[in-house]
Design a protein around this ligand. Structure first.
Ligand code: F6P
Length: 535
């Protein structure tokens, strides 16, 4: 990172923004099209059946060029190479960051442990499917319940849901994550203990929520009459701590490895993807990895001005730093991608919610923004009013799938697409109602659009990997470590301390807590003992 150069470019960007913002306040984004007949060709990129269009960005030629210069001054090209080469870029934990190696299956760099684990996944999936690996009662496994949280839940849950058209119908895969016992309880009401396999997905095998749910699942199996000697037949585990899984009672051949060079939120490509492979079959899981690898190669090889993740990153940077955008709305016009915003929340906000640079200095400007959204068209009937006419500046990322899955009504699907395109168009054009009229829509509200030819394992793999790389590129621009999450760790420790208060008799005697915390603890204890006495 060339700090002096970065400071100069940021200064030029500030001036460019001032000039640009003043000129565009009189006009709208459509004038940028008029000013540049080549805007569509320079602001669209196609890779592997994904079309990326950022021509509706609030970005002119001058600021775009400066942002590419900024990327270079921040050392983005070297940073990309360092990540792929396995350098220890997660400095606070002294770890490499090699989720890309999980999908690099056919090169000289392919990792033997990755290939071995894929073999193990393939064998496990076929033995479950073919009924060679059975439950304690020699019954075929019909339900898989994945118990995990954060990265051990959100990615696999999204993919399993998104690829519902590819499900092999004989296995039903469900996900339980929340510490709230009702999450597991409600799931267990729907499944048969005799034919259920639990996957305990936890890199650390020490996450409170996951261990609580895993223990509750074991208790439930025993209560339902599964003999304690054979309860292990109902468990598999994925972890970087195999000893802990074995102590829990998972058999060695059902423990799948994780490595410290795979971050939780980047781990769906590892054995954490086992529920995906069980739901959609091993071949489709491989296609997912291949799609991600294709996006990896794009990120690694494409020049900056043709590089989708880099461009997504510079836009977020530009809006965040110079337009004070506090959030980005991510809106997939696809019910199959309805879980994408919550997956992306962890991926982005756990990675970029940082206030200290990689060199341990306090961050001067902004870092990660709030990611939110839901599927279109549902969003149109809740928060789109604010997007069209509110006072917040909120850039939007639209995602749409052009060809629906077989059996889907194509006319209804066309209406869905028309709504997606119609929204982004209306947002830039606005209307010419009187400025003081409640009908006035100002226009010039920027968005990007990602079109997928169809939603299949390959295109989904590419889509998710593009976003992973967008987030990495942003971390380089902001000079933060995208791969640690010390804030989450801090929060976990605090909850453990508070829990000790529940185990004590009487109210909290400590003045270690603020008055609100003490009072809340007192009320919870009082009300729960009242309820116990009533019972
Ligand atoms: O939410 C914090 C976190 O550490 C995530 O990064 C991780 O994905 C999640 O907890 C679950 O961790 P584990 O897989 O170790 O149970």
């Amino acid at each position: 990172m060339d700090n002096k150069k970065v400071a100069n470019i940021r200064e030029s960007l500030f001036k460019a923004h001032q000039k640009f913002a003043t000129s565009t306040s009189k006009t709208n984004i459509e004038e940028l099209f008029a000013a540049d007949p080549e805007r569509i060709s320079s602001h669209t990129i196609d890779i592997h059946q994904i079309h990326f269009d950022y021509s509706k960005a609030l970005l002119n030629a001058e600021s775009r060029e400066l942002l590419f210069e900024l990327c270079k001054a921040c050392g983005i090209e070297d940073a990309i190479k360092s990540m792929f080469a396995g350098e220890k870029i997660n400095t606070s934990e002294n770890r490499s960051v090699l989720h890309t190696a999980l999908r690099d299956l056919h090169s000289r760099e392919s990792k033997p442990e990755v290939l071995d684990t894929l073999n193990k996944i393939e064998n496990f999936v076929s033995s479950v499917r073919e009924g060679r690996r059975t439950s304690s009662d020699n019954k075929k496994i019909e339900t898989v319940v994945n118990i995990g949280i954060g990265g051990s839940d959100l990615g696999p849950a999204l993919v399993v849901d998104a690829l519902n058209q590819f499900h092999e119908k004989d296995i039903d895969v469900r996900f339980v994550s929340n510490l709230d016992p009702s999450h597991l309880k409600r799931t267990l009401q729907l499944v048969d203990p005799q034919t259920t396999l639990f996957i305990i997905a936890s890199k650390s095998f020490s996450t409170l929520e996951t261990l609580a749910n895993a223990n509750a699942a074991k208790t439930w199996l025993l209560e339902k009459g599964i003999k304690s000697v054979s309860v292990s037949k109902h468990f598999a585990a994925i972890t970087n701590n195999p000893g802990f899984a074995s102590d829990f009672g998972v058999e060695g051949d059902c423990i799948f490895p994780m490595w410290d060079w795979v971050g939780g939120r980047f781990s769906l490509w590892s054995a954490i993807g086992l529920p995906i492979a069980l739901a959609v079959g091993y071949k489709n899981f491989l296609d997912l990895l291949c799609g991600a690898h294709a996006a990896d190669m794009h990120f690694y090889e494409a020049p900056l001005d043709k590089n989708i993740p880099v461009i997504m990153a510079i836009l977020t940077y530009w809006y965040r730093e110079y337009f004070q955008a506090g959030s980005t709305a991510v809106i997939p016009y696809s019910q199959d991608l309805a879980l994408f915003p919550s997956y992306l929340q962890q991926l982005s906000m756990e990675s970029l919610g940082k206030s200290v640079t990689r060199d341990g200095e306090e961050v001067k400007g902004k870092t990660g923004d709030v990611i939110w959204g839901s599927s279109g068209t549902n969003g149109q009937h809740s928060y789109f009013q604010l997007l069209h006419q509110g006072t917040e500046f909120i850039p939007i990322e639209f995602i749409a799938v052009v060809n629906p899955a077989p059996g889907i009504d194509t006319d209804q699907h066309s209406k869905l697409l028309a709504n997606c395109i119609g929204q982004s168009f209306a947002l830039i054009r606005g209307n010419n109602q009187n400025k003081n009229s409640s009908r006035h829509s100002p226009g010039s509200r920027p968005s990007n659009t990602l079109l997928l030819y169809q939603l299949d394992p390959f295109s989904l793999g590419s889509l998710l990997a593009l976003y992973e790389h967008k987030i990495f590129a942003l971390s380089v621009l902001w000079d933060v470590n995208a791969f640690d999450q010390w804030g989450v760790e801090f929060g976990k420790e605090t909850a453990k301390e508070i829990y000790k208060e529940f185990e004590k008799e009487g109210g909290p005697e400590t003045d270690e807590y603020d008055q609100s915390t003490q009072e809340l603890l007192k009320i919870i204890k009082k009300w729960s003992s009242k309820k116990k006495n009533e019972a």
